[in-house]
Design a protein around this ligand. Structure first.
Ligand code: R1P
Length: 289
């Protein structure tokens, strides 16, 4: 386990990054958005942008994956003040799990109340098609079974309690809103709701692993999101998350299909506009306290 002081995720370090950002601009974001692989276009929806490159932000990790631009974009979406991560961090990039989730704590200290996370994922559910959008209703933290949890280590009560509840991680009202908005937009045929399972990556899953995950109750598999959700919930932010099913997980030994990052990015491009419309329509209807 990494001590917090080497990951930059302790309260004082997060606060100093948040204060640095707040001193540079006037936006006071209430909503945080995280763009998944190939879904960085979400950030382009923001008006009156103020953009920071990750490399210029003190104590911030760097994006190393294609499809993750490495920019923190502030602005307004449907009139609501937002901060958007155009690029997230993954365990397989070599970061300690606390570092991959550090932006969630910075969001909190910037004043963010609600986070919308997106990701690209492989479809395990036999009924799912490439291009489906899955509202995440629950998760399986597979690395967590081996002790990889971003909250492991000393707990700082200024962020949250030692043992946070996760049975209500994915906000029920926001999920319902997504269903309503999706129906109004005519997305019913490709809008799903299911369980996302995170693995460490970067290798894609074997056939046996995919079969196992499906039997365990996962509908989609990926290498992100869950740890961010745990940290966001720990510090009291509301969470909504979406998976774009960019490829079908290979479940059959006779299949010639092979998972690859090109297909992931390609599917992202094809569905980007609809995903952006879903998110922006939801945001226009979200009420803040
Ligand atoms: O989860 P996001 O960041 O969307 O990225 C997904 O796409 C990559 C694999 O193609 C992995 O990083 C996986 O987690």
């Amino acid at each position: 386990m990494f001590p917090e002081s080497t990951t930059g995720s302790c309260y004082e370090e997060c606060k100093s990054t948040a204060e640095w950002l707040l001193a540079q601009m006037e936006v006071r974001p209430l909503l945080g958005i995280v763009c998944g692989s190939g879904l960085g276009g979400l950030a382009e929806m923001l008006k009156d942008q103020v953009v920071f490159r990750y490399e210029d932000i003190p104590n911030f990790p760097q994006s190393t994956v294609r499809g993750h631009a490495g920019r923190l974009v502030f602005g307004t979406l449907k009139g609501k003040p937002c901060v958007c991560m155009q690029g997230r961090f993954h365990l397989y990039e070599g970061y300690p799990v606390q570092k991959t989730t550090l932006p969630m704590r910075i969001f909190k200290l910037l004043g963010v109340e609600m986070v919308i996370l997106t990701n690209a994922a492989g479809g395990l559910n036999e009924d799912y098609k490439v291009g489906d959008i899955m509202i995440i209703k629950d998760h399986i933290n597979m690395p967590g079974f081996a002790g990889v949890n971003p909250l492991a280590g000393q707990n700082d009560e200024r962020f949250g309690v030692r043992f946070p509840c996760m049975s209500d991680a994915y906000d029920r009202d926001l999920r319902q809103l997504a269903q309503d908005v999706g129906e109004e937009l005519g997305y019913k045929d490709f809008l799903r709701e299911g369980v996302y399972c995170v693995l460490g990556g970067p290798s894609f899953e074997t056939i046996a692993e995919c079969r196992m995950l499906y039997r365990l109750g996962a509908d989609a598999v990926g290498m992100s999101t869950v740890h961010e959700v745990i940290v966001a919930r720990h510090c009291g932010m509301r969470v909504f998350a979406l998976s774009l099913i960019t490829n079908k997980a290979v479940m059959d030994y006779n299949s010639e299909e092979k998972a690859n990052h090109e297909e992931v990015l390609q599917t992202g491009k094809q569905r980007a506009e609809q995903l952006e419309k879903l998110v922006s329509s939801m945001v226009s209807r979200i009420k803040h306290n």
